[in-house]
Design a protein around this ligand. Structure first.
Ligand code: WT7
Length: 678
C-alpha cells in the first residue's frame, strides 16, 4: 500500500483497501451452549414471514395486554410496532425477574479508584431503588407519563436506576452523555422541553474527582437563555450523605436525591402499563446539518429488539457475567448495558472510569476479578489496549466466551489481536453494525451459526433486509465489489419512531433519498438510508466503510461537522471554520480544524487555543480538535463553498487532486506548506 493510499481521509477509503480475509469458525465449546443454534432462524425471518417473524422477539417480553397487530405500516415511514399491546420496560427489566433471580447480581458497579470494592446490586435491591426513585419523581416533581426529563449522569448505578424509575412511570428520559458540556446539555434540555435536570455532584475520571455539578449550573443558565426554564435540579451524591462538589447548591432549585429518598423508603410504585408505541426515551445524536436530533425510541418494539439481540447475538445467559465497556450516555449503553441485558435477567457490569486508568491492564483486572465472560467494546478501545505491546500476552482473563465490537470498522490486524490475545482464539467475536437510530444491531454474525470474517460486520441479522444503492438509486448487485449507500429495505422493531418534535426532518433525513414514491403506502417503497457506505461481498457479509455524509466518527462517537464548525465560529476572531476527519492509529478518526482569520490578526496561537476551548465548552472534550490551523483563507469553490475535501486531503497527507477550478487555487499550496512544511 502506498503512502497516499494509506492516508485516505476516512474509514471508507481505508477499508476499501482491505483484502478479503479468511474465515474463523466459532469454537465447538461455544456452539454447544449457545442460545441460538437453530440454522433455520434466518429463513424463519425471511421476507415471506415478515413482519410476523418479529412475534418471536415480542414473546421474550412480558405484556400486560397482548398486542393486536405486529406492524402497522399504513403511514410510511411512521411505522407502528405491536400496536394495541401494553407493557412496562421497568417491569420487564426488574420485577419479572424477582421470582427466579431475586438475589442474583443485576448490575455490578466498579469504581474507578481501585481501592473501592465492586458493588453488586441484586435484582431485589434494584427493584427497591427503582421504586423509591419513581416515587420521588412522582412526589417531588409531579412527573407523569409523557413528560420529559433530562439526565446528565456519568457511569454510576444512579443512572440505570433513574432511567428505570422514569420508565416505570412512562416518563421519557433523555440522558445526555456525562462528558458533554453544560451548554450541550442545555440544547438538549431546551429541545426536549424538560423542566427537570437530574445530575450528580461529582464522579471519577482518569484519577480526578470531576466537579459535575458546575455543568448543571451552566446547563440551567444556558437553557433559560434559550427559553427553557428548569424548575428543579435533582442531584445524586457520588458518596451518599456527603456533598463532593465545590460548587454551591442553589436554594429552592437544587435538591439532594439521597436526602429526599429517605422519605420514600420502602415505597412501591405500580409500573404504568404503557402503549407499545409510547416513547421510552430520547437519545440525541449528531447529523449532517443543524442541531442534534432527538432520536425517539418506542417502548415495545425497542425493548423487544434489544432483548432479542442481547440474547441471540451476545448470547447472554442469566448465569453469565457480561461487561459492555461503553458509556450509558450513548445508545450502546442504553441498549446493551441497561435495557437489553436486564430484560433477559443478565448480570451487567458498569465501570465508572477510563479503561486505561491507572494502566492498560485495568480492564483485564476487572474482568478477572468479576469473572466476566462476555465482553463488549469498541475498536478504539481495542487499538488502545493493543498499544500495550501488540505481541505482549495480556495478563488477562482466560475465560471470555464471547466478545463484541461496535462503533467503527475494525481493521483485520486489530481484530486478530482481539481474537488471539484477548479471546485466546476461543471466544467468538461479533462485529456489530448499527446506529443510534436503529435501536439495536443490524448486521453481525450469529455467533454459533456463522463463521467470522475479520473486517466485515457480517450478514444482516434475521428480519433485516439491506440493499446498497448507488448515488442514482440503482441497486448495486451483491459481490460486485462496488461500494454504495447502505440502506435497509424494511422497517424493524428497533428503528426510531421519529425525531423528537420534527417529523419532517425524520422523513427527510432517513427516508426521502431513495423513496420510490412519496405517496406510496407500501413499506417496500421506503428504504431506510443509513448514511454509511458499504460493500456487500459475494458471501453476503457487509463491509461497512464509514460515513458518507458530513459526520465525523471519533472513537465510535458521532459528531456533526456543522456542530464543530459552529463552536469554532463563536471565537470572535474566527471568520470561517471547517473541521475535517483525520486518520488516527488509535481513535480511527480525529477532528482537525481549519479557521480563517482576518489579515493582521495578532497571536494566531491564542486564537487556536480559544478555538479548542470553545469546542470543549460548547460540545465537550470529545470534540476537542487534535490540531487547529489558523489560515489566511479557505479553499473555496466559485460559489463560495468551503472545500472541506481539499483540507482533509492536506491533513491526511494525501494528494489534493485537481484544484484549478477553485476560486482561489493558490491558497491550497499556502495551507499545505503551513500544515506539512515545505
Ligand atoms: C455510526 C453510528 C450504535 C453503535 C455506536 C455508534 C459506525 C457503528 C460499526 C461497525 C463499522 C460502524 C457507522 C454508523 N459504526 N458500528 N460495526 N462497523 N462502522 O452509534 O453514534 O449512532 O454511530 O457508527 O458509521 O453509521 P452512532
Amino acid at each position: 500500500m502506498t503512502d497516499i493510499e494509506r492516508t485516505e481521509a476516512n474509514e471508507a477509503q481505508i477499508a476499501v483497501h482491505w483484502k478479503e480475509e479468511q474465515y474463523f469458525e466459532p469454537a465447538q465449546e461455544f456452539i454447544d451452549q449457545a442460545l441460538m443454534r437453530d440454522p433455520t432462524m434466518r429463513e424463519r425471518f425471511g421476507e415471506k414471514n415478515f413482519p410476523d417473524c418479529f412475534r418471536e422477539y415480542a414473546d421474550i417480553l412480558t405484556w400486560f395486554k397482548p398486542y393486536e397487530t405486529v406492524l402497522d405500516a399504513s403511514n410510511p415511514p411512521f411505522w407502528k410496532w405491536f400496536t394495541g399491546g401494553k407493557l412496562n420496560a421497568s417491569y420487564n427489566c426488574v420485577d419479572r425477574h424477582l421470582d427466579e433471580h431475586r438475589n442474583k447480581g443485576a448490575l455490578i458497579f466498579v469504581s474507578e479508584p481501585e481501592d473501592e470494592v465492586p458493588y453488586v446490586m441484586t435484582y431485589q435491591e434494584l427493584y427497591h431503588r427503582v421504586n423509591e426513585m419513581a416515587a420521588l419523581l412522582q412526589g417531588e416533581c409531579g412527573l407523569k407519563a409523557g413528560d420529559r426529563v433530562t439526565l446528565h449522569l456519568p457511569m454510576t448505578l444512579d443512572l440505570p436506576i433513574t432511567m428505570l424509575a422514569c420508565a416505570r412511570l412512562g416518563v421519557i428520559h433523555s440522558q445526555v452523555f456525562g462528558g458533554f458540556s453544560g451548554s450541550a446539555c442545555a440544547d438538549r434540555i431546551k429541545d426536549s422541553g424538560s423542566h427537570h435536570l437530574i445530575t450528580i455532584d461529582a464522579y471519577w475520571r482518569s484519577g480526578k474527582l470531576i466537579d459535575h455539578k458546575a455543568n448543571a449550573d451552566i446547563a440551567v443558565k444556558v437553557a433559560e437563555e434559550l427559553g427553557q426554564k428548569v424548575d428543579k435540579v435533582l442531584i445524586w451524591q457520588r458518596y451518599p450523605g456527603k456533598y463532593s462538589s465545590p460548587t454551591p447548591r442553589v436554594d429552592g432549585r437544587d435538591v439532594f436525591i439521597n436526602d429526599l429518598l429517605k422519605q420514600y423508603r420502602g415505597r412501591r410504585v405500580a409500573p404504568v402499563p404503557m402503549d407499545a408505541e409510547a416513547p421510552l426515551f430520547l437519545m440525541y445524536s449528531s447529523g449532517t446539518t443543524g442541531k442534534p436530533k432527538g432520536c425517539q425510541h418506542r417502548t415495545g418494539g425497542y425493548l423487544a429488539y434489544v432483548a432479542a439481540t442481547s440474547k441471540y447475538v451476545q448470547d447472554i445467559h442469566p448465569t453469565d457475567t457480561y461487561w459492555c465497556m461503553a458509556d450509558i450516555g450513548w445508545i450502546t449503553g442504553h441498549s446493551y448495558i441497561v435495557y437489553g441485558p436486564l430484560a433477559i435477567a443478565a448480570t451487567s457490569v458498569i465501570y465508572e472510569g477510563t479503561p486505561t486508568y491507572p494502566d492498560m491492564n485495568r480492564p483485564w483486572r476487572i474482568a478477572e476479578q468479576l469473572g466476566v465472560n462476555i465482553f463488549h467494546t469498541s475498536p478504539t478501545a481495542i487499538r488502545a489496549l493493543r498499544r500495550l505491546g501488540p505481541d505482549a500476552p495480556i495478563h488477562g482473563p482466560q475465560h471470555f466466551k464471547h466478545m463484541t465490537t461496535v462503533g467503527e470498522p475494525i481493521e483485520p490486524k486489530a481484530w486478530r489481536w482481539y481474537y488471539e490475545q484477548v479471546g485466546k482464539s476461543k471466544a467468538v467475536i461479533c462485529d456489530t453494525w448499527w446506529q443510534t437510530e436503529n435501536g439495536g444491531f443490524l448486521c453481525s454474525t450469529l455467533p454459533a451459526l456463522d463463521k467470522m470474517k475479520p473486517g466485515s460486520a457480517g450478514p444482516a441479522l434475521p428480519g433485516i433486509y439491506p440493499v446498497i444503492f448507488d448515488d442514482e438509486g440503482h441497486e448495486i448487485p451483491k459481490g460486485s465489489g462496488r461500494a454504495g449507500n447502505m440502506c435497509i429495505r424494511n422497517p424493524w422493531p428497533g428503528i426510531i419512531q421519529t425525531i423528537w418534535g420534527d417529523d419532517q426532518r425524520f422523513v427527510d433525513t432517513y427516508y426521502r433519498r431513495f423513496c420510490k414514491n412519496p405517496n406510496s403506502r407500501d413499506w417496500r417503497d421506503w428504504p431506510y438510508v443509513s448514511g454509511d457506505g458499504a460493500m456487500d461481498a459475494p458471501d453476503g457479509y457487509f463491509r461497512i466503510l464509514g460515513r458518507i455524509d458530513d459526520v465525523i466518527n471519533v472513537s465510535g462517537h458521532r459528531l456533526g461537522t456543522k456542530e464543530i464548525d459552529s463552536a469554532c465560529l463563536t471565537v470572535p476572531e474566527v471568520s470561517e471554520a471547517a473541521v475535517v476527519p483525520v486518520h488516527d492509529e488509535i481513535k480511527g478518526t480525529v477532528p482537525e480544524v481549519y479557521v480563517s482569520v482576518p489579515s493582521g490578526t495578532k497571536d494566531p496561537d491564542a486564537v487556536a487555543r480559544r478555538v479548542v476551548k470553545a469546542c470543549e465548552d460548547i460540545i465537550g472534550k470529545i470534540a476537542r480538535p487534535e490540531k487547529v490551523y489558523v489560515v489566511p483563507d479557505m479553499p473555496k469553490t466559485r460559489s463560495g463553498k468551503i472545500m472541506r475535501r481539499v483540507l482533509a486531503s492536506i491533513s491526511n497527507r494525501r494528494d489534493v487532486g485537481d484544484v484549478t477550478s477553485l476560486a482561489n487555487p493558490e491558497i491550497v499550496e499556502t495551507i499545505r506548506i503551513e500544515v506539512q512544511g515545505k
